[in-house]
Design a protein around this ligand. Structure first.
Ligand code: HEC
Ligand code: HEC
Ligand code: HEC
Ligand code: HEC
Ligand code: HEC
Length: 246
């Protein structure tokens, strides 16, 4: 019995109490981390869809433009999902016996839209608008990643307020020429020479001297390029609460 109550057992009891207290803090901290972790924000989780639609086939292999299906993305707040009739433009002729397309044929002939599950979803109190992002030179891939390499669309960005604000504060780090918004493969120029060429090929600079001048604002070619685009695309930093909460 004696052995159980050695002097250090008190210390042990205190230590274990401390551990419980720390554990509680740990749990809270853990919860705070959890809401910002991929587990909670569901980044990277594929979502079960009523049809196994694959952007790899349609975008990368067949080469269909985003706007053929997401017709509203340049004009409206919402990018939207394609009406079944758009699928049937092709699938009335090709793969028209495929069992994978049975729900598409069913939806088409019964005139009931396919119920796609949303991968990206903001809380109702957040205002978002695709068209302004497209118009100011923010690429689909910047927010949605390389959907042309995903078997099923996975969430690529967290959609937290901090994520929105990081770009709203420093848009120059994320902008691209407007013509490249739908080009998922586009990457920012990594050298000054590449930035000069890119500005000229997009008609943003008249000649090399003009391009050099536009790139003079920063020594990092990527940021200098972004600053030049910020200027030519007329991009403002938008951080006031009422931009997104109205
Ligand atoms: C042939 C039609 C078609 C084309 C072309 C197409 N998409 Fe889609 N897209 C869909 C359909 C159908 C869905 C819904 C099913 C799914 O999530 O895969 C979808 C879903 C998405 C989603 C997930 C939206 C959400 O929250 O549910 C994103 C992001 C997306 N598309 C981006 C793009 C981009 C970027 C391009 C161009 C590079 C593109 N799509 C081209 C048909 C198309
Ligand atoms: C411009 C033509 C075109 C349009 C529009 C189109 N598809 Fe396709 N789709 C194809 C082609 C081509 C294939 C075969 C691709 C391959 O296997 O490489 C295909 C394959 C598929 C498959 C796989 C079929 C199988 O048995 O493997 C599904 C599912 C599918 N498409 C769904 C859709 C849906 C849903 C839409 C509308 C949102 C749509 N497609 C719009 C051309 C199109
Ligand atoms: C600045 C980031 C951003 C850019 C750029 C962007 N999206 Fe989105 N997208 C979002 C957000 C956020 C949502 C969720 C909107 C909501 O729930 O209200 C979304 C939703 C979608 C959806 C689901 C349907 C809908 O409208 O809610 C599709 C499809 C989509 N985006 C396609 C595209 C395409 C195609 C492009 C390129 C032209 C694009 N997006 C560019 C952030 C972006
Ligand atoms: C990668 C960059 C980027 C990200 C990420 C981004 N935005 Fe933006 N956003 C912009 C740019 C650029 C503008 C245009 C600013 C201007 O010039 O007025 C803009 C403008 C807006 C506007 C103004 C629309 C209007 O009609 O005045 C709203 C609202 C908005 N963003 C909401 C959001 C929300 C909500 C998120 C996060 C879910 C988000 N944005 C994420 C770059 C981004
Ligand atoms: C660029 C867009 C944008 C701006 C500007 C913005 N918010 Fe948000 N806000 C969001 C988004 C997206 C969410 C939802 C995701 C999240 O909770 O992180 C959100 C969530 C919130 C929430 C919900 C609680 C939480 O943190 O989850 C509060 C409160 C809030 N915002 C307050 C503000 C205030 C106050 C300002 C101005 C100082 C502001 N927001 C500016 C996009 C924005």
């Amino acid at each position: 019995m004696n052995a159980l109550f050695k002097p250090w057992s008190n210390t042990l009891a205190r230590l274990s109490l401390a551990a419980v207290a720390l554990g509680a803090v740990g749990t809270l901290g853990g919860m705070m981390l959890y809401v910002r972790s991929p587990l909670f924000t569901q980044v990277g989780d594929p979502i079960e869809q009523p049809v196994q639609f694959d952007h790899r086939h349609h975008v990368a292999e067949v080469g269909i433009d985003c706007r053929y299906c997401h017709t509203q993305v340049e004009k409206a707040a919402s990018a939207g999902y394609p009406p079944t009739a758009i699928c049937m433009n092709c699938h009335e002729q090709i793969w028209n016996k495929s069992p994978k397309l049975a729900p598409v044929r069913e939806a088409f002939f019964s005139n009931t839209p396919i119920q796609w599950e949303k991968v990206y979803k903001l809380p109702h109190y957040v205002f978002f608008n695709h068209s302004i992002h497209v118009a100011k030179g923010v690429g689909c891939a910047t927010c949605h990643g390389r959907v042309d390499t995903m078997a099923a669309v996975e969430k690529y960005s967290s959609l937290t307020m901090g994520w929105c604000l990081e770009c709203h504060r420093n848009p120059e780090n994320y902008l691209r020429p407007k013509e490249e918004v739908f080009n998922l493969k586009w990457e920012s120029p990594k050298t000054k020479d590449a930035a000069v060429k890119e500005l000229m090929s997009h008609g943003i600079a008249k000649d090399a001297a003009d391009a050099q001048q536009k790139l003079a604002l920063n020594s990092d070619p990527k940021i200098a390029f972004g600053l030049a685009l910020k200027d030519v695309n007329g991009v403002h930093t938008r951080q006031s609460c009422s931009t997104c909460h109205r």
